[in-house]
Design a binder for this molecule. Sequence first.
Ligand code: HEC
Length: 121
Amino acid sequence: MFNMAKRFGKEIRSAQRTGRSVTGLLVLMWVVGCGGVFTGIPDLDTPDGRVFAQRCGACHGKPFGDHGVTHGVPDPRFRTIAEWEKELLNMDRLIHEKGLPPLTEPERGAIIRYLSRHAKS
Ligand code: HEC
């Protein structure tokens, strides 16, 4: 804890030197600290969204991953549902290659419901 305070103190001082705003730094720390909640990905905290976050987040940037900022789970709004269905087949293959348990039918159902609710039209 002491080390962390020391480190942030240094960061803040160097931020001041380089003219970056301390507020910006604090906001960044806050966003990183709170993980996926503020990534703007909609409805992750719903029953379907949680399945999506858990199964798709297994490989796609865990917000609390050990290399700091990650991209987090894919944004459902970037693809149409037809594109998502193709993408899911790709992911089935990768899940298999990685030796992870395959998506169960209820999980697939939840993920497709979640994606179709938010997909690009
Ligand atoms: C086994 C690990 C793993 C899991 C679990 C996983 N992915 Fe992926 N995903 C990858 C890898 C590796 C890539 C990059 C290589 C590729 O695109 O083939 C990728 C790429 C993607 C891409 C980008 C493809 C592109 O065209 O740029 C999307 C979108 C995606 N995944 C969505 C998902 C969704 C939705 C889920 C949940 C059903 C999911 N992934 C689960 C490993 C995974």
